[in-house]
Design a protein around this ligand. Structure first.
Ligand SMILES: *Cc1c(COP(=O)(O)O)cnc(C)c1O
Length: 367
């Protein structure tokens, strides 16, 4: 953010309050005008965290960074798109929004819609949404409709409803979502001073990979970076339509945020693959969980299982990374969203039922 750098040069010590949220920070790059009511929770400005343990696994001088978008206000990158989509819906006079969601979209839609004084309707696949995400949608005051079908079916229904009734659709078919999400690429370049060589990212509906690519391209055209990254999109093996080249009828994976068989942004993402010389690759649930545990216990970073697909993919394809390259892995959501998966998948020792005695505790500790 150039303004902030100018202030720093004048001796101003930056605080979090200097960050106005991504619409104000990147206003010139976004389709907003003076008439747009900016609905923000000061999303964006998430940290780019060095990952030395993962880099060590890869070796050959490769540098690895984690774009930890789980630190957005509702705990996922969906806030980037939602501040835009909801601000534009409000500008258009909309009084209600609707989305289908594997969880994070509903949490973000609910928070931003309520902040903008609108009603939020969210359709979720009954039984396949992580606990934390459901808690958020309910607490933020959404009207939650759990349908007995998967995400793809829920999306077909909300598209139909938005066609026929006065509600604004805020899934990633809404073009303002990708506009907001592209700011994550700006932040990566602002932090590194250049685009990375590889960008590793989990892929569900393939909106985020398309948004990042748009951001990198716009920044390069404006001279903020010289190069563009190869865009490496990772899907769960049981839910990998971009890898297989066809829709998956019954997507299945522990990474519920990317449990999507028919990606909305398929065509856009195929262009990204071709233009960036990138690729779509699958990682198994076991590989996702290995990366998820390594991120937690090795790097001290707790992300949700879907997010760990980016790191699982990097570890799986590490031999293809050029020596000395800079790699950014996008961690799309916060681990606290899905405590169940963490409790059921870790290598930690958990001693229960101990007598409340120093000797007992010390003995268990190995003293
Ligand atoms: C939405 C989501 C994704 C997938 O993003 P797409 O834009 O649908 O490809 C990945 N991880 C998390 C945590 C998400 O919430």
């Amino acid at each position: 953010m150039p303004l902030l750098r100018a202030l720093q040069r004048l001796g101003h010590r930056p605080t979090m309050q200097d960050w106005p949220g991504l619409i104000e920070a990147y206003r010139a790059w976004l389709p907003v005008t003076a008439a747009t009511p900016v609905i923000t929770l000061r999303e964006g400005a998430t940290p780019l965290i060095p990952a030395p343990v993962i880099a060590e696994h890869i070796g050959r001088g490769v540098k690895v960074f984690l774009k930890y978008d789980g630190l957005n206000p509702t705990g996922s990158f969906k806030d980037r798109g939602m501040t835009m989509a909801i601000s534009k819906a409000r500008e258009a006079g909309s009084e209600a929004v609707i989305c289908a969601s594997t969880g994070n979209t509903s949490a973000a839609a609910a928070a931003y819609a309520r902040r903008g004084g609108m009603r939020a309707f969210v359709l979720i696949p009954d039984g396949y949404v992580a606990q934390g995400k459901l808690a958020q949608a309910l607490l933020y005051g959404a009207e939650v409709l759990a349908v007995q079908g998967n995400f793809d079916r829920a999306l077909a229904i909300v598209r139909d409803v938005a066609d026929r009734y006065p509600v604004t659709l805020v899934n990633s078919v809404n073009p303002y979502r990708l506009q907001g999400q592209k700011t994550a690429a700006f932040e990566v370049v602002d932090a590194l001073g250049e685009a990375p060589d590889w960008l590793c990212i989990p892929v569900g509906n393939a909106g985020n990979i398309s948004a990042y690519w748009m951001g990198f391209q716009e920044y390069q055209a404006a001279g903020h970076c010289r190069q563009l990254p190869r865009m490496m999109g990772f899907q769960a093996a049981g839910s990998a339509p971009m890898v297989l080249g066809h829709t998956v009828e019954h997507p299945d994976t522990i990474a519920t945020a990317i449990r999507i068989g028919n990606p909305v942004n398929r065509e856009k993402a195929l262009k990204v693959e071709a233009e960036s010389k990138g690729g779509f690759m699958a990682v198994t649930d076991a590989e996702i969980i290995e990366a998820y545990k390594l991120l937690g216990s090795g790097e001290g970073v707790f992300c949700e299982p879907a997010s760990a697909a980016s790191v699982a993919g990097l570890l799986k394809r590490h031999q293809e990374v050029p020596a000395g390259a800079t790699v950014v892995c996008v961690l799309t959501g916060n681990g606290l969203k899905d405590p169940t998966t963490a409790i059921e998948n870790n290598d930690s020792k958990f001693h229960t039922g101990l007598a409340p005695e120093t000797d007992v505790v010390a003995r268990v500790m190995g003293f």
